[in-house]
Every structure is written in structure tokens, then in C-alpha cells.
Design a protein around this ligand. Structure first.
Ligand SMILES: Nc1ncnc2c1ncn2[C@@H]1O[C@H](COP(=O)(O)OP(=O)(O)OP(=O)(O)O)[C@@H](O)[C@H]1O
Length: 323
């Protein structure tokens, strides 16, 4: 580590990192403060010291070339949702680093938002996309193909002003790769696909579905190991291909919208870089704009905040606050 502090015993911190198998500044920065708090016995002072030093060790002192600058930019890109209200809360969109978990009650709109991102990622970088395709891995329900078809026509109209709509819109359907898998081999064919196609978004809908079926009660340790393996693979792909990974997750023990707890427990939570939760307070059929909200629970670079949204034929769109 580049800096030291009288308050922090760097050897103890290093020991805790080694125990948790967290190697290098990249891995440290991919964890939120919440995630770091769960690493051994680190306290807020150590975490602050650790994050500052990890960031400092990545920042090269002095001049960098324009090419290096552009490469650094690639590490911090985001996929716009196509809605400036939601993007504002997300710091520009969904990040291409680490794992972003999108959790929420049934029918709150998680799948809708992910479908929308599969289109948005295909837009040019200048328009908030990443000029690349998406992989959609369904682990539970079948892929909502009809709804996606509808979005092909409705989403671009809402996303851009009519003067921007041109005939050279991306051919959305050609760049979305769909797979149905329901076990821990969920990422089996992905490496090959990623090496042959330009993909910048992976959606796993849902991550709970991967670990639901094939474990008995006495196999929880085995399940946690599989979770670490799958999480590690996703982190590796995100960093190697600089792509955005979104894991949809269900919530359990929902006792009012603020108390919903994402499924899979701590073993999974420790692997998540950013946790975003969608809420829906009324049953289907009673939709009203203010009854849905999207909340940042934790993220390394975002404030905990929330925004109301509505779902229309064109997708998920935020509602600007009235002053
Ligand atoms: N064409 C549409 N127009 C308006 N709203 C729609 C449309 N299609 C779906 N919705 C809304 O989206 C909601 C379902 O969202 P979605 O399928 O993303 O839920 P989910 O959070 O993924 O739920 P689950 O966890 O059960 O899969 C419904 O409440 C429905 O009102």
C-alpha cells in the first residue's frame, strides 16, 4: 500500500485481506464499505485507509498518454437506462465494474428494466450505450420474448426525441443472446461467447434461481462455495471484458417495502459490489406512479438515495421530483 497512517496497523489489515482472499487494489475498490466491513475485523478507520490507499495506488502520478486515458475511461463507463431521471440517481447508469444486484418484490419491474438495458447497451457510447450486445440468462421463467419485441419499437421513441430517431438504430434482436440454465453451471458457455462477440452486458435473472434447486438442507456449505465460484467468475468477466453484470435477485421476509431482504444471505451479499432495490407497494392492477421506487442500498461510488418510477409500454422511466 502506498500510504500509511498511525491509526492503522497495515500488517493486520493485510492479514485480514489475505484471509478473505482479496488481492490487489482492484478487488478492494470493487467492494462497498458495507462489503469491506464484513472482511474480518476491519473497522471504519481501516476501511477508509484501505480505500484511499487502493485508489492512490491505481492513480499513476504524472502525465499519462491519451491512449492510457481512454483505456482508463473504459473501466468506468456506465450503461444508461435511457431515462435521465433514473440515470441521475445511478451516477449515469449501471456500472461496468463488479456485480450489480437488482432486487425487489415480484412484479416490481426488475425484468422490465433489464430488458430495457439489453437495448440501451447497443446504442453508441455517445448516446449512453456501449455499442455492444447483451447476454440474458434466465434461470427461472422463460424469456419474455413478446415484451422484448414490443420494446424494440416503443423504447427508442421514448428514449430519444423524434428528430434523433433514424433508420440506423441498432438491430436489437441480433445482439441479445438468450440462455436458459437453472444450476451452478450457469456461466458454462459464456467465456466462448464473450471471446467471439462484443458483449457488454450480462443479466442473470435470477441469481436465486441458480442456487435454489439442487441443494439439500445439509449442503449449505457446498452452496456457499458454489456461490463464491459463480460470483468470482462474474467478477472476472466484468473486469476482463469491461462489461456490466446485473444479477436480479428476489427478496425474502418482506415486511413493508423498506424491510425487504435480498435472498441468498451474507454469502451472496459479500460478492455484490452495488445493491439496488426496486419497491412496489401496491398489488398488480393498482399501478400509480408514486407506488414504485428504485433505491440505492449500497454502492462504492453512490449516495444511498431513491427515485420513483413508472412502467409503460416503452419501459421503466423515472419521475422527476416536483418542488
Ligand atoms: N407493456 C407494459 N406496459 C406497462 N406495464 C407493464 C408492461 N409490461 C409489464 N408491465 C409491468 O411490469 C410489471 C412486471 O415487471 P417484471 O416482469 O419486471 O417483474 P419482476 O420484478 O421481474 O418480477 P418477478 O420477480 O416476479 O419476475 C407488472 O407490474 C406490469 O404492470
Amino acid at each position: 500500500m502506498a500510504r500509511s497512517s498511525k491509526l492503522v496497523n497495515s500488517e493486520t489489515v493485510q492479514h485480514e485481506l489475505d484471509k478473505a482472499e482479496i488481492k490487489g487494489p482492484d478487488a478492494i475498490l470493487q467492494l462497498s464499505d458495507y462489503g469491506l466491513l464484513r472482511v474480518g475485523s476491519l473497522g471504519p478507520v481501516e476501511i477508509n485507509w484501505l480505500s484511499n490507499n487502493a485508489a492512490a495506488s491505481l492513480l499513476k502520478p504524472g502525465f499519462i498518454t491519451a491512449l492510457e486515458f481512454e483505456k482508463q475511461e473504459d473501466n468506468w463507463r456506465r450503461v444508461s437506462t435511457g431515462c435521465h431521471v433514473i440515470d441521475k440517481v445511478l451516477g449515469g447508469g449501471f456500472p461496468v465494474r463488479g456485480i450489480t444486484e437488482l432486487s425487489g418484490e415480484s412484479s416490481c419491474g426488475k425484468t422490465q428494466l433489464c430488458l430495457q438495458l439489453c437495448l440501451s447497451v447497443q446504442y453508441p457510447i455517445s448516446q449512453g450505450g456501449l455499442d455492444a450486445g447483451a447476454v440474458y440468462i434466465c434461470t427461472e421463467d422463460s424469456f419474455p420474448a413478446k415484451r422484448l419485441q414490443q420494446l424494440f419499437t416503443t423504447y427508442p421513441q421514448q428514449r430519444m426525441s423524434p428528430s434523433h430517431i433514424k433508420e440506423d438504430l441498432p438491430k436489437f434482436g441480433d445482439n441479445i443472446f438468450i440462455e436458459h440454465v437453472a444450476d451452478a453451471c450457469v456461466l458454462g458457455r459464456l467465456p466462448k461467447l464473450l471471446s467471439h462477440h462484443s458483449v457488454k452486458l450480462i443479466v442473470v435473472d435470477s441469481i436465486a434461481g441458480v442456487f435454489r434447486s439442487c441443494y439439500e438442507n445439509n449442503e449449505m456449505k457446498h452452496r456457499a462455495e458454489d456461490m463464491r465460484t459463480v460470483g468470482g467468475q462474474l467478477h472476472k468477466m466484468a473486469s476482463q471484458y469491461k462489461l456490466c453484470v446485473i444479477c436480479v435477485n428476489q427478496v425474502t421476509a418482506s415486511d413493508g417495502p423498506q424491510r425487504s431482504v435480498p435472498a441468498l444471505g451474507l454469502a451472496w451479499s459479500n460478492l455484490v459490489t452495488s445493491r439496488i432495490q426496486m419497491h412496489r407497494s401496491e398489488p398488480d392492477g393498482a399501478d400509480s406512479a408514486s407506488q414504485r421506487s428504485l433505491e440505492i442500498i449500497f454502492a462504492p461510488d453512490l449516495q444511498p438515495t431513491s427515485v420513483s418510477y413508472t412502467i409503460s409500454e416503452a419501459g421503466v422511466f423515472g419521475l422527476a421530483k416536483l418542488n
